[in-house]
Design a protein around this ligand. Structure first.
Ligand code: SIN
Length: 428
């Protein structure tokens, strides 16, 4: 086969001097180099002269079918999709080798028609299409409003929100706090590889999400691969989950908690108790404040960082503290106590969350912690710092809750605190 005639978008198996590669051919600026995307998602260039044999493979990339109306089966339950962007809503651009947004959200169903064997997709809402690192508290509100509307739509049994992975755990927390009296399943899902890739994790994640969305669990759940294998997913509590790996399919892990359920495309098997579906009206309380920051303490950090946020008009700060809840109280230039006192006196709320990620803060164990505790810092026990950041933004943005920030920060609204952390919960 003439290698030069390989068109961008062709699935091929290349036998080369350095090894065999299953890949998709990309447009290359240099005719001597064949640029390819590997199944791993990485792009590499291979010198033409190094290619010994080429086998063309059939693949989804060559599919050019026009969007059809979404098939409905009256024997299945109805779900809605809220599509917000991220890798799961993207496909490969063969010209650049980069991924770009799906032109039409229905395309997702063309890639994964198996989803429609589990549930009818009755509605698709697209509040925006963004990479999740570009989202902020205003986007959490838009998503919460879209989801809230669907919660109160009696023709819908459950909702799937598709989202980028980078900040998915922030949005999962935001929805957990913002949706009051949740009446049906709200499932957030993702993929680490674009949806048109044969190796994409989107298929299993979407099928298990559909299974969760038609379950009787009225919870905000993040559903995704339980391991690197393509066999089952976990449903994880929206406030007790974190992205823990840059690229693995099972990047989301439960923190200081056990998974809520194990899910296969066929079965939703709960591990813990959950709120069941009900006929309450779901409310949306989503006036998050943009004047909240998350600061990680590091050795030698200048405490003037607190002054910086104070001058900028910030109302709240979550500090990721070391160990059981410490920051420097050493030499005067690096002593955080006067800065913390000044900020709290000026009306700023300062909260502490564990930078160890796992475990619980115990500020009274060491004298340093006792000194810090006296300043009025709110110690947030075992709450994840990202969840704490979202919660502080939620409490401070709300007219009523912001009247008593401490009480509301310490109240367990969405299982953000665990009474008891099991030994097995650590990196389970
Ligand atoms: C994003 O978070 O939007 C991009 C990365 C991803 O979806 O995995």
């Amino acid at each position: 086969m003439e290698i030069k005639s390989l068109k961008p978008g062709t699935n091929a198996k290349l036998h080369t001097k350095t090894g065999d590669f299953e890949c998709v051919i990309l447009e290359s600026p240099n005719p001597e180099i064949i640029l390819v995307k590997l199944n791993s998602g990485y792009n590499i260039g291979i010198r033409q002269e190094d290619i010994l044999d080429v086998k063309i493979m059939k693949g989804k990339e060559s599919k050019k079918e026009k969007n059809k109306p979404i098939k409905q089966n009256k024997n299945l339950k109805n779900i809605a999709l809220v599509v917000t962007g991220g890798t799961i809503s993207s496909k490969l651009d063969y010209k650049t080798g980069a991924v770009k947004w799906l032109t039409d959200p229905e395309e997702l169903l063309e890639f994964y028609p198996e989803l429609l064997e589990i549930a009818n997709v009755k509605k698709i809402t697209v509040p925006f299409m963004k990479a999740s690192e570009n989202m902020d508290y205003k986007d959490w509100k838009l998503i919460a409003e879209s989801v809230g509307k669907l919660c109160n739509d009696s023709s819908i049994d459950g909702i799937i929100v598709t989202h980028g992975t980078d900040t998915l755990h922030y949005t999962a927390s935001a929805l957990s706090f913002a949706l009051k009296n949740l009446n049906k399943p709200v499932v957030l899902t993702y993929s680490q590889r674009s949806s048109d890739r044969a190796s994409s994790d989107a298929r299993l994640n979407l099928m298990c999400s559909a299974r969760a969305a038609i379950s009787d669990a009225a919870e905000v759940m993040l559903v995704g691969h339980a391991s690197i294998n393509d066999d089952f997913c976990y449903a994880l509590l929206g406030t007790k989950v974190r992205k823990m790996h840059t690229s693995r399919r099972d990047t989301f892990r439960p923190i200081n908690a056990e998974p809520l359920a194990k899910i296969t495309p066929e079965k939703f098997e709960a591990f813990t108790s959950y709120r069941v579906k009900n006929n309450e009206k779901t409310g949306v309380r989503a006036n998050f404040s943009g004047k909240v920051a998350l600061v990680k303490f590091y050795p030698g950090q200048d405490p003037e960082i607190i002054d910086y946020y104070l001058k900028k008009g910030y109302k709240g700060l979550v500090v990721e503290m070391t160990g059981l809840g410490h920051v420097s109280t050493g030499e005067s230039s690096s002593n955080w106590i006067p800065y913390i006192k000044k900020a709290i006196k000026s009306g700023m709320t300062i909260c502490a969350a564990p930078q160890t990620i796992y475990g619980r803060l115990h500020p009274l164990t060491y004298s340093v912690g006792r000194e810090l505790e006296k300043t009025g810092i709110i110690y947030l026990k075992d709450m994840l710092s990202e969840t704490a950041f979202v919660k502080l933004s939620w409490v401070l943005g709300d007219k009523i809750m912001s009247r008593d920030v401490k009480k509301n920060m310490l109240k367990n609204y969405a299982r953000e605190y665990s009474d008891y952390i099991k030994v097995e919960d650590f990196l389970n």
